[in-house]
Design a protein. Structure first.
Length: 180
């Protein structure tokens, strides 16, 4: 595997990662945009810099990596971009307005780019998980229900394994809520 350190919200990081992947593997089959940050609290208390950083990581980074990868995928006539979003991109939720806004943005971006490149054989899929055991998801962090990061990784593998004529535009992944 190739590792390219850097800030995902910087154009040079995206270009460097794509160049390194091409150098390492000779082609670019897929890009999984999975970086994300959150901020919890009332909107009027959110510092402007926190807003900017959240949008840079959650939205701008997806644009930068997609923009860097697409020319290579379009030239090859194939490829798959998978954007990891959140169920918070479907429903506005109290005290995470900025996070919700960033995930709503990924929905529109993924739909539009998917429509742009569809005829070329390149796919764009948006995966919207429900609550995942992370430090940001307070409700599931101490519960015995919810999705595990491995569940999302498995979903990514399944999406990437679809045939060349199948375009999984969106995947909604929710926990079964087993437990107490």
């Amino acid at each position: 595997a190739a590792v390219v350190p850097g800030d995902v919200a910087e154009e040079g990081t995206a270009a460097g990662a794509v160049a390194r992947a091409l150098e390492w593997g000779g082609r670019l089959d897929a890009v999984v945009n999975n970086a994300g940050v959150g901020w919890r609290g009332p909107t009027h208390e959110m510092p402007v810099e926190a807003w900017r950083r959240l949008m840079d990581v959650n939205v701008t980074a997806v644009f930068l990596f997609t923009r860097a990868a697409l020319p290579h995928m379009l030239a090859a006539g194939r490829g798959h971009i998978v954007n990891i979003s959140s169920g918070a991109g479907r429903v506005g939720t109290v005290n995470i307005a900025a996070y919700c806004a960033s995930k709503f943005a990924l929905d529109g971006f993924s739909q539009a780019v998917g429509a742009e490149v569809r005829a070329s054989g390149v796919k764009v899929t948006l995966i919207e998980p429900g609550e995942v055991h992370t430090t940001f998801s307070v409700r599931t962090a101490q519960a015995d229900w919810g999705l595990q990061p491995a569940d999302i990784a498995r979903t990514v593998r399944e999406v990437l394994a679809t045939g060349p004529n199948v375009w999984p535009r969106q995947a909604f992944v929710t926990p079964l809520f087993r437990g107490s």
